[in-house]
Design a protein around this ligand. Structure first.
Ligand code: NAD
Length: 243
């Protein structure tokens, strides 16, 4: 279904899933504002602006920019995220704080800044990019899983708060996706090919996802085809969560 006339804002837009989300929403007819990490201004988008999702001031300025440029805001996709792998004992406080400030506080601040504008439309949508790690556990992902579990809980609570305003809040929970985040994780493994094979085997479909396969579900959750869905954390994981 069409997103013509809608204005969307995507955080972390220069990343693997982010770029494809800009593509999917644009293909559906939306005007898409791309928020990119501060040092990635040259990401090649038509409508882009730097945003550090950890900063409330940055979020306020970004939402104000969207409204000034495009007149409204209908859809927020909280996609920015970071991953650090470590055993529980090797997870430093700095690592924990970084992961939580980007992955969880960043999502909260994005929602907080966008809600007043979304409320004006009467049919706003927020899509948060969580992870299957936020539903299931994962080895060496304690901080990351906790942050994504927080995103799932935040999604559900906000969905209750915002339903009376016609704002739907949902999350996608991807399995492993072929993006720079995963490439960095694999490059730390002693054997890249062995690590990739383990990843493939975790997904009953027999492969990891391409970023467009996550972005298409994000566009679905942002649009009218999902109009009776709110507060859901939707696995997009090639069957990984049913094993
Ligand atoms: P990616 O590394 O390609 O993209 C992440 C983006 O987030 C980058 O563009 C980065 O610049 C941005 N970012 C990081 N810190 C930021 C900050 N402080 N402010 C603003 N932007 C910041 O990785 P991706 O796989 O495309 O990740 C997108 C989302 O998907 C993340 O939330 C990630 O946790 C989630 N996810 C990814 C996978 C996977 O297997 N790749 C699986 C589940 C969930």
């Amino acid at each position: 279904m069409s997103l013509a006339g809608k204005v969307a804002l995507v955080s972390g837009a220069a990343g693997g899933i982010g770029k494809e989300t800009v593509r999917a929403l644009t293909d559906a007819g939306a005007i898409v504002a791309a928020a990119v990490e501060t040092d990635q201004q040259a990401a090649g988008f038509n409508n882009a602006r730097p945003l550090d999702v950890r900063s409330e001031d940055d979020w306020k300025a970004t939402v104000a920019w969207v409204v000034q440029e495009f007149g409204r805001l209908d859809i927020l996709v909280n996609n920015a995220g970071v991953l650090r792998e470590a055993s529980p004992e090797e997870t430093t406080v700095d690592m924990w704080d970084l992961i939580h400030s980007v992955n969880l506080k960043g999502v909260f601040l994005g929602c907080k800044a966008a809600i007043p504008e979304l409320r004006k439309q009467g049919d706003g949508a927020i899509v948060n990019v969580a992870s299957i790690d936020g539903i299931r556990g994962n080895y060496n992902h304690a901080a990351y899983s906790a942050s994504k579990g927080g995103v799932v809980a935040l999604t559900r609570s906000l969905a209750l708060d915002l339903a009376p305003d016609g704002i739907r809040v949902n999350a996608v929970c991807p399995g492993t996706v072929d993006t720079p985040m995963v490439a960095a994780m694999m490059s730390n493994a002693s054997s890249h090919e062995a690590a990739m094979e383990v990843s493939r085997q975790k997904h009953p479909i027999g492969r990891i996802a391409q970023p467009g396969e996550i972005a298409d579900v994000i566009a679905f959750l942002a649009g009218p085809a999902s109009r009776f869905m709110t507060g859901m954390a939707v696995p997009v994981d090639g069957g990984r969560s049913i094993r």
